[in-house]
Design a binder for this molecule. Structure first.
Ligand code: NAD
Length: 479
């Protein structure tokens, strides 16, 4: 019997089977069937969240702390089971699935703590006898729209602060990964959230997502996904004069200088470019390498790529799982063809792989002889495809790294304090890594980018407060 998961609207599980969730490691394996909301259900969910806001926003910190802490504890206790389900529906490896689940638990724990640390300011007015209080209040109904590549961590880093600061939620996850979304909502619902505080509306972006964008009753939208959809969120939000926050694509550079420790450079580049099948917004898809180390770097990359184990995400030996679905696989292969047409040399991989089960397996691809004007250097591929750009020296490396419409992460591998310090200061990215992969960040500090990668205030850590609250300034004359 196939599992059926429903939407949560005003505290009730509702809906019939609307879409099937397929395992990308084995397309014969159906993870489950999921309700698919239409515009009417979206409206009901928004109305429920609106009705629940006054009471939830005035609930004491202990009520919010209890739900968030309980959710964190359950996610941590079930990390292996949830991590496995995540790997099964998304295709990242078991180790990555479990690590992402642990991260979600840590995020809920962090924001449980934040509920007990809310504070304001009391300042004297310029008018004698008057006091001024600055406090933060929840924004209202928050729409949360998430992508498929971090099925539990991204929902967690939006839902946890939204609840902690007293907002109510309409959550629309990506169609490809409903199981992780459903699980997190089920856990929070059972942890004791009042009805209507958190609503789940699984379904198509063009239908249920669009209904959210078009609603005047959603007060803020936190979106992570592609640039195209992000622009729609922005335009609709301006129309309704609502707050919005966008986290979008990347074309992140990883610079390797002549003085780098080659082993560190290879570890960082392999991890940053190919782990999670290259499907991370923080992936380093442009490897910018100075000429003194270039040939050794390319040889060592090819050697390491040849040893990577690509296979079923649920096999403990697998290091790189399948691509998430047929559409993404086609996009990856199209870009590999584009790179060749543009004159880059495919130094490794790029072929489809056959495994024991039908799945979307692709050999990681490495281009050399590329330049920064090529489409493979400028457009986000979002797969296990990276290209090496050869440069003369540090100055050229920095210029090439910054020459991109995006600005999420960047990295440099060097043993020079001078270059590392200069790069941290002058890289046009929201997050900069020195001798570390461009992907892989802490859960308790600000996350976000610049230029075409992000819009609005930062996510995660204490910085999340900026988006999920609004400041009130109150004046009192006490006589
Ligand atoms: P996507 O834009 O296709 O979808 C994202 C979400 O938007 C999904 O839930 C989708 O259903 C919804 N959506 C689609 N059309 C909509 C509409 N008209 N109205 C409202 N919602 C709509 O992105 P994706 O393919 O799921 O994710 C991949 C992208 O996400 C990549 O570009 C990647 O870089 C980006 N991403 C960015 C970050 C970051 O923090 N910067 C993190 C992860 C992923």
């Amino acid at each position: 019997m196939i599992l059926l998961r429903k939407n949560l609207i005003d505290g009730e599980w509702l809906g019939e089977a609307g879409s099937r969730n397929i395992n990308p490691s084995n397309t014969n394996d159906v993870v489950g069937e999921y309700a698919s909301a239409g515009p009417e259900e979206a409206k009901q969910a928004i109305a429920a969240a609106k009705a629940a806001f006054p009471a939830w926003s005035r609930s004491g910190p202990l009520a919010r702390h209890a739900v968030l802490k309980k959710a964190s504890d359950e996610i941590m206790a079930r990390k292996d089971e949830i991590g496995r389900a995540l790997a099964r529906e998304e295709g990242k490896t078991l180790a990555e699935g479990v690590a992402e689940t642990i991260r979600a638990a840590q995020i809920f724990d962090f924001f449980a703590g934040e509920t007990l640390r809310l504070s304001g300011e009391l300042v004297p007015s310029v008018r004698p006898g008057v006091g001024v209080e600055l406090t933060r209040e929840g924004v209202g109904v928050v729409g949360i729209i998430t992508p498929w590549n971090f099925p539990i961590a991204i929902p967690a880093w939006k839902i946890a602060p939204a609840l902690a600061y007293g907002n109510t939620i309409v959550f629309k996850p990506a169609e490809l990964v409903p199981e992780s979304a459903w699980t997190i909502v089920d856990i929070l619902h059972r942890a004791g959230l009042p009805k209507g505080v958190l609503n789940l509306v699984m379904g198509k972006g063009s239908v249920v997502g669009q209904a959210m964008l078009d609603s005047p009753d959603i007060n803020a939208i936190s979106f992570t996904g592609s640039v195209g959809t992000g622009k729609r969120v922005a335009a609709a939000s301006v129309e309704h004069m609502r707050k919005f926050q966008l986290e979008m694509g990347g074309k992140n550079p990883f610079v390797v200088l002549d003085d780098a420790d080659l082993a560190v450079a290879i570890d960082c580049a392999i991890n940053g470019a190919y782990f999670s099948t290259g499907q991370r917004c923080t992936a380093s898809s442009r490897l910018i390498v100075t000429e003194g180390i270039h040939d050794r770097f390319v040889e060592a990359m090819k050697e390491r790529l040849d040893k990577l184990v690509i296979g079923d995400a649920l096999d403990g030996k697998t290091q790189i799982g399948p691509v998430v679905d047929q559409t993404q696989l086609k996009q990856d292969e199209d870009y590999i063809a584009i790179g060749r047409q543009e004159g880059a040399e495919l130094a490794f991989g790029g072929d489809r792989l056959e495994r024991g089960t039908p799945g979307f397996y692709l050999q990681p691809a490495l281009f050399v002889g590329s330049n920064n004007a090529m489409r493979i250097s400028r457009e986000e591929i979002f797969g296990p495809v990276a290209n090496v750009i050869r440069v003369k020296d540090y100055d050229e490396a920095l210029a090439v790294a910054n020459d991109t419409p995006f600005g999420l992460t960047s990295g440099i591998c060097t043993t020079s304090l001078k270059h590392a310090t200069h790069f941290k200061r002058n890289s046009e990215a929201g997050m900069v890594m020195v001798n570390l992969p461009t992907a892989g960040v802490d859960f308790h500090v600000a996350f976000g980018g610049r230029k075409g990668s992000s819009y609005g205030s930062r996510e995660q850590g204490r910085y999340a407060m900026e988006f999920y609250t609004t400041v009130k300034t109150a004046y009192t004359f006490a006589g």
